[in-house]
Design a protein around this ligand. Structure first.
Ligand code: FAD
Length: 450
């Protein structure tokens, strides 16, 4: 073995990779991140990500205190309700979300680009952009060397795959761990938030999250995102003193082009879309959404038509095929690299953050000689495989093309059954309350960890 200090190389500077780097850096563990994007604001990073209590708890554990406060200050206004809607925009049921003073135990909305800029803050020196990982090799002394497309390489004692759903590290390390189509296509776009666009959605949907459940298994999610800064990037007048100072001092604002918006995401099973859907231009995707929703409320269709083409894209939703746990080594994986999931529960990023915190905690135990490296990796992977694959299965159960709601005849019955349940819950406060509490606990509310 070498005399050099224990060094971790992380492939992928996304949500999980950068959060892990923060935790390791703060613990004094040498770490470097290699990201294929060319610059800190390249890539398509505009969409909304919901951070649940699991995700916030992990960020609180991993980020320096002031940066966690900056994360909180740069989130959009938090959602207060979850409304199930019909395609005529009438609510079937509205669930009040649990809102607590504790900054960890509530739902948050963040823009992915903003989260990226927050996570980069303070680790600019250890994140290397324009480094596309190609493969790794094991050295004679047991260390691992990662190779990059530009001919450069990096060696470490532990290699962490945080390179997302198409992970090249996973393809080499666990070639039998595959990812399959979930038979769902989603089209998403952002609409600038103005008084006119705000008026297109009901007030409680504006104050929360709206989920339209329509015939043929067509669905649409609506999020309204209001930030603490105005279109010129200046702190808004209604923002409190501490948050205002945090936003003003935060260097990421210079790189972040996020402004207030409404995010819509429309999805259906793949067979409902033309075969060339993934090749369509943004304007064609918006037109297709309008063509598929001719009987929907005119305000919703207006919202679709106002989608900014520069922010519109289609996603072929994919899901990991769970595998049996493997023997630990000095290569491990976090986030989508090992458990890509459908957006059914909105927990992909949150699970990546949870992985990062758990792995970080074990690597600190290794540094303190309380665990060998293999014990640290084994304990992390044992837990991660359990909760990560459970989330994959649960998400697939909620959103996949194989659900009854997408089938020709039983789909109508499934929709009727779902609406009947919402109708009942809308009239029985105890049932509604139970649904809200279950949702809160499922998403990590009050979970003890780290
Ligand atoms: C439209 C949309 C909405 C979503 N909403 C939510 C939500 O509300 N809540 C939620 O929890 N999750 C959500 N997700 C899922 C979430 O974005 C992912 O689960 C999460 O980003 C996974 O984090 P990660 O760090 O594992 O991977 P990523 O964040 O995808 O990061 C992987 C990084 O690796 C880099 N990379 C890839 N290949 C290489 C290579 N060869 N070399 C070097 N670098 C490489 C990529 O450029 C990227 O930066 C959403 C996803 C989408 C598409």
């Amino acid at each position: 073995m070498t005399d050099s200090p224990f060094h971790v190389i992380v492939i992928g500077g996304g949500t999980g990779g950068m959060a892990l780097a923060h935790g390791l850096k703060a613990a004094g563990i040498s770490v470097a991140v290699y990201e294929r994007d060319r610059t800190r604001n390249s890539g398509l990073h505009g969409y909304r990500v919901g951070i649940n209590p699991d995700g916030s708890r992990a960020l609180k554990y991993l980020l320096p205190g002031e940066l966690f406060d900056t994360f909180l200050a740069t989130c959009a206004r938090g959602p207060k309700y979850f409304s199930f809607l019909k395609e005529n925009l009438k609510p079937s049921m509205t669930l009040p979300l649990v809102v607590e003073d504790d900054p960890v135990n509530t739902e948050k909305s963040v823009s992915r680009m903003t989260l990226r800029q927050v996570l980069l803050t303070g680790i600019e020196d250890i994140v290397h952009f324009d480094k596309t990982f190609t493969h790794y090799e094991k050295e004679e002394d047991g260390r691992v060397t990662a190779f990059f497309q530009d001919g450069s390489k990096a060696t470490g004692d532990l290699l962490v795959a945080a390179d997302g759903a198409n992970s090249r590290v996973r393809q080499q390390y666990l070639p039998h761990a595959t990812v399959e189509d979930a038979n769902i296509i989603s089209i998403t776009a952002k609409v600038p938030l103005t008084p006119a666009t705000k008026a297109l959605i009901p007030e409680k949907v504006f104050q929360g999250i709206g989920l339209v459940v329509a015939p043929k298994g067509y669905s649409c999610i609506l999020h309204s995102m209001e930030f603490g800064w105005d279109p010129d990037g200046k702190v808004k007048n209604n923002i409190g003193g501490n948050d205002a100072a945090l936003i003003e001092q935060w260097p990421g604002l210079l790189f972040d082009n996020t402004r207030d918006y409404i995010n819509w995401g429309f999805w259906a099973s793949t067979d409902k879309f033309p075969a060339d859907i993934m090749k369509k231009r943004p304007e064609e995707l918006i037109k297709l959404t309008l063509d598929m929703t001719t009987k929907w409320h005119p305000d919703l269709r207006k919202l679709f038509s106002l989608g900014d083409p520069q922010t519109c894209f289609a996603v072929n939703i994919r899901t990991s095929v769970p595998i049996d746990q493997w023997s630990p080594s000095n290569i491990t994986l976090i986030g989508d690299a090992i458990h890509t999931m459908t957006p059914g529960q909105g927990v992909g990023a949150n699970t990546a953050l949870r992985d990062a915190a758990r792995l970080c905690r074990n690597l600190i135990a290794h540094r303190d000689a309380r665990m060998t490296l293999l014990e640290a990796v084994l304990e992390y992977e044992t837990k991660m495989v359990e909760y990560g694959y459970a989330a994959v299965k649960e998400s697939k159960k909620q959103t996949s093309g194989d659900q009854p709601i997408n089938k020709p005849y039983i789909g109508r019955l499934a929709l009727l059954g779902m609406r009947g349940y919402f109708w009942l819950a809308g009239r029985v406060p105890a049932l509604r309350q139970k649904m809200a509490e279950d949702l809160y606990l499922d998403r990590g509310g009050n979970r003890e960890e780290y």
